[in-house]
Design a protein around this ligand. Structure first.
Ligand SMILES: [Zn+2]
Ligand SMILES: [Zn+2]
Length: 162
């Protein structure tokens, strides 16, 4: 997870990552190209770039799959969209508007910001367009991240028992 924080993908790459994440059985280059109405060579180029970033495992003529890091990153992309959508509904947008507006700027928001928003909102379970998953870093007090060698905290201290 270390370098996910500052890893900002271009909108096109992010869309492909989300597609592979949400359609694990429809990940042949030709299928992805058909879905987005683009040339397969364009898809191949982007998939190769994502592969070289360690996010995808991609071999010619084989279905593409997410690496472990890729899966975590894809989950983050979905959470980022839904957290931002939720924030926008707090400022008066309808769920539908919030979903559309978040999609316009979500690609420039880093994980640090999303994790902070998620924490501030108490780790909401439902976003405007689906469930929100919480990774061990953002969230839920199960683990402390960003600190090397820190053991996972599996139980929260109870006041008065320390
Ligand atoms: Zn949405
Ligand atoms: Zn969270």
């Amino acid at each position: 997870m270390d370098n996910i924080d500052r890893l900002l993908l271009s909108p096109r790459k992010a869309i492909y990552m989300k597609f592979v994440y949400e359609n694990p059985l429809t990940t042949k280059t030709t299928e992805i190209a058909a879905h987005f109405g683009v040339d397969p060579s364009t898809v191949t180029k982007t998939l190769m770039e994502l592969t070289s970033m360690g996010l995808l495992s991609h071999e010619p003529y084989r279905p593409t799959s997410l690496t472990e890091k890729g899966a975590l990153y894809a989950e983050f992309l979905v959470r980022r969209h839904r957290i931002l959508g939720l924030v926008l509904t707090h400022y008066g947008l309808t769920p539908d508007e919030a979903c559309k507006e978040a999609a316009r700027f979500e690609n420039s928001v880093s994980k640090v910001v999303i994790d902070s928003m998620c924490r501030a909102m108490g780790h909401p379970m439902m976003g405007v367009c689906g469930k929100i998953s919480h990774d061990p870093c953002c969230c839920n007090g199960q683990f402390t991240c960003h600190e090397e060698g820190t053991a996972p905290i599996t139980t929260r201290p109870v006041a008065g028992q320390e």
